[in-house]
Write a protein that binds this ligand. Structure first.
Ligand code: TYD
Length: 203
């Protein structure tokens, strides 16, 4: 079973994803955490490359797709009988490279090639995608408050994240998923997410 947690940077995805893994393991449902880009040795190397500097959106999308395929082969496929909580997946590619990077070039709408690359080459369809929704201004404030290491994506402006958010709405409208308000305390977000996962997977 594959459950994906998506959202703009600073929305609290990673915290939620890890809390979900702990919760389900404590309930006797074997659960593992993985992330994109990354999740296994080789894909973490790709992550380092892609985070190290600005590349054009096609290079980023292709690197992300390669990292996804390897993570699928190495982590997701061998664990399909378990509950896999994946921190980002194909909606990130559509929202970031398909919408936000496209719009940053002064273009309006979405890059169809990126959408093709994300959806037509998707290694497996998730059982559920949860998108954490928060205003980009709030999310950027959180990143500053947390004082975590910033990456090249964190230097983007609010408008960039507005486009990412628009991209997520597009994905939910076209491919399904649940939008959860992430502007709530972490425990509350966790209980919302558990309710959605229990319902979707009949747990
Ligand atoms: P993230 O995993 O959220 O990092 P952190 O753990 O530091 O919060 O960051 C990964 C970045 O990669 C994020 O800014 C979004 C970006 N990304 C894409 O642009 N396209 C993709 O297909 C994926 C999977 C991620």
């Amino acid at each position: 079973m594959l459950v994906v947690i998506e959202g703009v940077d600073g929305s609290g995805k990673s915290t939620l994803a890890k809390a979900l893994v702990d919760y389900y393991n404590s309930k006797g449902i074997t659960s593992i955490y993985t992330r994109e880009p990354g999740g296994c040795k080789e894909s973490e190397v790709i992550r380092e490359i892609v985070m190290s500097k600005e590349y054009d959106r096609y290079t980023v999308a292709l690197l992300m797709a390669a990292a996804r395929n390897i993570n699928y082969e190495e982590v997701i496929k061998p664990n399909e009988d378990k509950l896999i909580i994946c921190d980002r997946y194909t909606y990130s590619m559509i929202a970031y490279q398909g919408f936000a990077d496209y719009c940053s070039k002064g273009l309006i709408g979405m890059d169809a090639y990126v959408r093709f690359l994300a959806k037509e080459t998707e290694p497996i369809k998730p059982d559920l995608v949860i998108v954490l929704d928060i205003s980009p201004t709030k999310a950027l404030e959180r990143i500053k408050e947390n004082g975590r290491d910033t990456n090249r994506f964190d230097t983007k402006k609010v408008e960039y994240y507005e486009a990412v958010r628009y991209g997520y709405d597009y994905c939910i409208g076209n491919y399904g998923g649940v939008l959860l308000n992430a502007d709530v305390p972490p425990e509350q977000l966790l209980s919302y997410a558990i309710k959605e996962i229990d319902g979707a997977l009949s747990l």
